[in-house]
Design a protein around this ligand. Structure first.
Ligand SMILES: Nc1ncnc2c1ncn2[C@@H]1O[C@H](COP(=O)(O)OP(=O)(O)OP(=O)(O)O)[C@@H](O)[C@H]1O
Length: 409
């Protein structure tokens, strides 16, 4: 930081009593001239300082305006194509329009070709965004060979059968559908309470068909920047086309496909645009080859009917919480690798796990194992399962777990 130069030294008047009248007059005159010079210099400094203060004030105002603009207006996402002497060429996401524009002065030196940027209504670059590949990688989970198998899923055999028919058969035997002359379902929507195995079903079917599993959370599609959600949807389908056979799985689809609300905020409009992009990708689905699309929701009641039309999510599969027999099966699955004592009767124990989801049962089994470990035992006993049950039930009184919440679906 630069320091302001030190102030000029204050002139001193030294009058010697020995001096003649004329000498004293001359000394006083010189002192007066020095005082005037110092005064002039101080005047200059003062006016410089005042100018600087005005400049800083302007800068503060500009920063305030920019801050306000960033806070209140929606920004669009674009990629920098080229930095030229005449300005910066950007390409907007969403409509691919190229525009010659400028960066805000504070970004001028930083903008480089290939950067992802946020632009305002007049196309001026406002912010440099994170690397796109990072944000895409965050938004999508890609698994070349998911480990879940059908045998790992308990209590929902009928749903497994339906998913196999709607997703696996068209991937494995497309010619059968052609010969018979029926179109396989375009998209499969799994709906039901959380933790019932919807994601597992999608992973298992991808595993069984040697397909790449590509998961995107609906909440990730609801992005801050205009054009980003629809761009991610396009990326999702492009990635699936590169990796086919592939199973696309959109979790929490209600985040992008809820019934239209009356409010007209720019955020809602953006969600709407993202949903439109999703619908248009699905409508062009016939030519997409070996890609199957699945989605899941806990909020079936909230869905916009547009996504349920034929050619879109036209196969609905309800995945409920398991009944007692299913709960027993899930208990067995999650204790497969455990050393369970002979006094444990899963059929009996499953009876009391009324309203437990598969995920609740998975945590109960882990919890029972933890009780044995704490006790330094290698065998998990009936008492451990009872203790785990008591623990989860008491947690339930203060939180919403295990899944005793009323979900509307
Ligand atoms: N039917 C089931 N059989 C065996 N394990 C299950 C079952 N359902 C859930 N689980 C266990 O719960 C975990 C979470 O399940 P999953 O992610 O498939 O649920 P989900 O229905 O997709 O939930 P959400 O709606 O919260 O995404 C699984 O990894 C598994 O351990």
């Amino acid at each position: 930081m630069s320091r302001s130069p030190s102030l000029p030294e204050r002139p001193r008047l030294d009058l010697d009593p020995e001096m003649s009248e004329a000498e004293r007059l001359s000394a006083i005159r010189q002192h007066f001239e020095r005082l005037v010079a110092v005064n002039d210099e101080l005047d200059d400094r003062l006016s410089e300082a005042l100018d600087r203060r005005e400049e800083l004030k302007d800068e503060v105002e500009q920063l305030k305006d920019r801050n306000e603009a960033l806070k209140t207006s929606s920004l669009y996402v674009a990629t920098v194509e080229e930095v030229t002497d005449d300005g910066v060429v950007i390409k907007q996401h969403g409509n691919n329009q190229e525009v010659l524009t400028d960066a805000s002065p504070h970004l001028d030196a930083e903008v480089e070709s290939g950067d992802r940027v946020a632009i305002n209504d007049s196309f001026a670059i406002q912010t440099l965004l994170d690397d796109e590949t990072d944000s895409r990688a965050q938004a999508m989970e890609v698994d070349g060979s998911p480990e879940v198998r059908y045998e790992d899923i308990g209590g929902i055999d009928e749903q497994v059968r339906e998913v196999r028919e709607a997703v696996e058969d068209p991937l494995k035997n497309p010619e059968m559908f052609e010969e018979v002359g029926v179109d396989p379902p375009s998209g499969v929507l799994l709906y039901g309470p959380p933790g019932t195995g919807k994601t597992m079903l999608a992973k298992a079917v991808a595993n069984e068909t040697d397909a790449t599993f590509i998961k995107m959370a609906g909440s990730e599609l609801v992005r801050k920047f205009i054009g980003e959600g629809s761009r991610l949807v396009r990326d999702l389908f492009e990635l699936a086309a590169d990796r086919e056979p592939a199973v696309i799985f959109i979790d929490e689809i209600d985040a992008v496909a809820s019934k239209r609300t009356d409010s007209k905020t720019s955020g809602d409009a953006e969600v709407q645009r993202t949903m439109m992009q999703l619908l248009s990708e699905m409508d062009g689905f016939d030519d997409r080859g070996e890609i199957r699309i699945m989605a899941a929701t806990n909020r079936f009641d909230m869905l916009d009917e547009a996504i349920l039309r034929p050619g879109r999510f036209d196969r609905l599969i309800e995945v409920p919480k398991p009944a007692a027999e299913g709960r027993e099966k899930i208990l067995e699955i999650h204790t497969r690798d455990m050393n369970v004592a002979d006094d444990v009767d899963f059929a009996d124990f499953a009876e009391k796990l009324e309203d437990y989801s598969g995920a609740d049962i998975a945590s109960l089994a882990t919890e029972a194992g933890m009780f044995a470990i704490r006790d330094e035992r290698t065998e998990v006993t009936r008492a451990d399962f009872e203790a785990a049950y008591e623990k989860l039930e008491s947690t339930d009184e203060t939180t919403t777990l295990p899944g005793h919440t009323d979900y509307q679906y």
